[in-house]
Ligand binder design. Structure first.
Ligand code: ADP
Length: 227
């Protein structure tokens, strides 16, 4: 559980593309915010910098008030859920969820306890011996959530997590995600290009374009006075 702050972040890729420009935002502990903006406006790059998978060209990232620019990805305690599941195909549901805990050398009985708890939370109990190709899209994405949550991350990053899922299941999953994240009280950033999704899911919406913030506020504020 943690607060997160980005100050004056600027990212220029080696080819010269400026993906993010003077980006500043503060997220309180347990807050759930959405970054909305068209494809290519720098949303994924922002998440990747928070996770430590990309380095900002300028600017600072703070988690719980501590500057983490030089902290490697595996020590930032961040859970990441990607659009395309990115599950390990040769591993069962159980082993996928246990993966981060094994890396951290958590004792086997503790892993079992935690994985069982997550299977319950995500409604996947009974499916632990299946492989990803034996699951529906919605179930796969719930495995991805469980895997990201297993090591108890302080921040959860969700990069268009429902983009590959059909519309009907997507609505269910949004509601499910919303209640799960509220219940767990985890600081989260959800990225999407879909405005309807943004309005449905978030406490606070941040609208980005060309790597800059255009507007921020609650869904109602933005609806009442769109910039
Ligand atoms: P979004 O998530 O909003 O779709 P991205 O952060 O993926 O946007 O991309 C922002 C811009 O940066 C795009 O113009 C994209 O082509 C460019 N970009 C993304 N990743 C790289 C990279 N590794 N190298 C060079 N340019 C990149």
């Amino acid at each position: 559980m943690a607060s997160l702050s980005l100050r004056g972040i600027y990212k220029r890729y080696p080819g010269g593309v400026v993906a993010v420009s003077d980006f500043t935002m503060n997220i309180k502990d347990k807050e759930f915010i959405i970054l909305v903006g068209p494809s290519g406006c720098g949303k994924s790059t922002t998440l990747r910098m928070i996770a430590g998978l990309e380095t900002p060209s300028f600017g600072d990232i703070y988690i719980d008030g501590k500057r983490v620019n030089d902290v490697p990805a595996n020590q930032r305690e961040i859970g990441f859920v990607f659009q395309n599941y990115a599950l390990f195909r040769h591993m069962t549901v159980y082993d996928n969820i246990a993966f981060g805990l094994k890396l951290k050398k958590v004792p086997k009985d503790e892993i079992k306890k935690r994985v069982t708890e997550l299977l319950d939370i995500t409604g996947l109990a009974g499916l632990e011996k299946r492989y990803p190709n034996q699951l529906s899209g919605g179930q796969r994405q719930r495995v991805a959530f469980a895997r990201a949550l297993a090591p108890n991350p302080s921040v959860l990053l969700l990069d268009e997590p429902f983009a590959a899922i059909d519309a009907k299941v997507r609505t269910e999953l949004r509601t499910w995600l919303r209640s799960m994240v509220t219940r767990l009280g985890i600081t989260s950033i959800f990225v999407t290009h879909d405005q309807d999704e943004a309005v449905e899911v978030a406490d606070e919406i941040i609208i980005t374009n060309h790597g800059k913030i255009e507007q921020m506020g609650s869904p109602i504020e933005i609806y009442k006075s769109p910039a």
